[in-house]
Design a protein around this ligand. Structure first.
Ligand code: ADP
Length: 303
């Protein structure tokens, strides 16, 4: 049994359902990753999600949703008086925009207890987190989380980090770049999106992103570049390119990167090569963007 632990924030999602109605769902980058890893992983993969939730009705519903999808919730702490973050998707002539209510979410307290984090990570073989996980934490808790990540990495676990750079979540761009870089150093597998890296770190091309992260001592860097596929750089090995899977019609790109990450890690967990894991992840990501929403049901995906 291989155990994948994903750490971060899952939010309540309110999407337009026509006639002024809203449809409620749940989503968040690291949770989406866990969802797709669970959906596409082999039966020997156990997937857990670590976050903090409240004791309210929405938190209860979210836990039930996770359990229904086979995601283990035993490492989720419950905080009296806090609630999950929430966001609403607005649709205007096919263009999506988002409003967030997340500044006091329970998830912001997920890294208050270093012992709890350590116990969860010790039980895992693969640990995933993102720049969003780091962005929502108070500065001291960032340090707590990263020191446990470094410990897990030193213990030989696979520690995967998607920088998922969201400047709106950070007060200060300089600190954002510094903390993301610290997050990368604490990991041994990086899953960046080239667009974000070029915009926020000024990388001129994929080779620059690759060199910057390998230069930090990260062993593997898998750079996602939308329809152009992924470039996989590994210390001491030839760089390889894995093409994207063709998509008949791009309906909604939400969760493309998250589903790629989840399926890729599930592939590595089952012993697949990085190339095969990336090719399968590209196939599922292509299917995800052919459907509306973040979490596509199994029957709609090319699994
Ligand atoms: P993110 O969502 O993190 O910005 P990308 O846009 O690079 O990440 O997408 C992640 C993966 O989804 C890509 O590596 C690719 O496999 C797939 N993908 C994204 N956009 C397309 C597209 N237009 N056509 C085919 N595959 C795509």
């Amino acid at each position: 049994m291989v155990h994948l632990l994903s750490i971060g924030e899952c939010m309540v999602e309110l999407g337009q359902a026509g006639n002024g109605l809203l449809r409620q769902s749940f989503a968040g980058d690291t949770f989406n990753l866990a969802y797709y890893a669970g959906l596409c992983g082999d039966p020997g993969l156990r997937v857990s999600y670590l976050t903090a939730l409240g004791t309210d009705r929405l938190s209860q519903d979210m836990l039930a949703f996770m359990a229904e999808h086979g995601i283990h919730t035993g490492f989720i702490t419950r905080i009296e008086g806090r609630m999950p973050g929430l966001y609403m998707i607005h649709l205007d002539k096919g263009e999506r925009s988002f409003s967030y209510w997340r500044s006091t979410s329970a998830a912001r307290l997920l890294a208050q207890d270093g012992d709890h984090l350590r116990r969860a990570m010790e039980a895992a073989d693969i640990i995933a987190f993102s720049g969003i996980t780091l962005a929502i934490l108070p500065p001291d808790d960032v340090e707590t989380l990263l020191s446990e990540m470094r410990r897990a990495k030193a213990a030989g676990k696979l520690v995967a980090f998607d920088p998922n750079i969201r400047p709106r979540l950070w007060d200060d761009a300089e600190r954002m770049r510094r903390v993301i870089t610290d997050g990368a150093r604490a990991a041994n597998l990086l899953l960046p999106s080239f667009d974000d890296e070029a915009t926020h770190f000024g990388d001129a091309d994929i080779a620059a992103t690759q060199a910057r992260y390998l230069g930090l001592g990260v062993e593997r860097v898998v750079i996602k570049d939308g329809a152009k596929g992924v470039t996989i750089a590994q210390a001491g090995r030839e760089t390889v390119h894995v093409p994207a899977h063709p998509v008949a019609e791009v309906v909604d790109t939400t969760s493309a990167g998250d589903s790629f990450n989840g399926v890729f890690l599930a592939g590595l967990a089952s012993g697949a090569s990085v190339e095969d894991a990336a090719a399968h992840a590209a196939k599922i990501a292509a299917s995800v963007i052919g459907h509306p929403g973040a979490l596509i049901p199994r029957e709609a995906l090319a699994i």
